[in-house]
Write a protein of this length. Sequence first.
Length: 271
Amino acid sequence: MKTNTLNLTALLVGSLLFSFNMSSFNMSSFSAQAADSGKAAKFTADKPSKLSAAGKKLILANQCNMCHLIEGKGGCLAPPFDGIGARRSRSFLLSRITDEDAEEKKFIDNYGSGELFPHVRVPRSQSTKIVAFLYTLPEQKQAFKMVGHSGSEKIKPKEKQELKKMLAKSDEKPVKSKKLTPDEERGKRLVSEKGCQACHSIGKVGGDFGPPLDGIGSRKEVLDIAQSILNAELVPLTETREYGKKPVRMPSSELSLEDIRSISRFLKTLD
């Protein structure tokens, strides 16, 4: 396998769905999801070393912060790296980014269907350094406020009617069909490009700010899903509980009705 070329679009993993109530929480609340899915003691970050210092340089060289939040700064398309050692094992991280057939197979075998689009992979000589750096990142003490997907309450009547019209033919495809329609394929791509898995996971891959999207299609009608993909954001708070200057925003407000239609139809297939 050849090393994948860095593709910011493919650095997916990113932020959608479900109706939350307004709530404030701290990043430390995620420490319970250590070692991928099991319970573990409170995470203590490793001390910096020559290996981790080299990993930090590689993180910057590969522009990982274009999609991931690192030390409180960066992008919002993918899960934050801060405190990732509390949520992911070294084995998971190595299988996620190492450019080896065995590691890629291990990732797919251990963590479900894998990724929607290929994540960048690097030689083991680099991945071990990157993982060493990631394990030096402590959980952020900064609190966040999550504003939920309350689209059913805030969506305008005209938009709701337009969505209904656009989704009217959603049920024409046979229920048992596993082949995605062109519009569902577009939705699958948008889930990656728009950062849905920064907060939500699909097939055990993604963030844990929001609930997993697996099985959403069996729990929600497509119109309910469409109405939910609105008005959500994750905002860091200062010590005075005021919003920070750079919110970690869910990009739902940037989605057109056509985008919402495509994403909703794709998510409806996740049953």
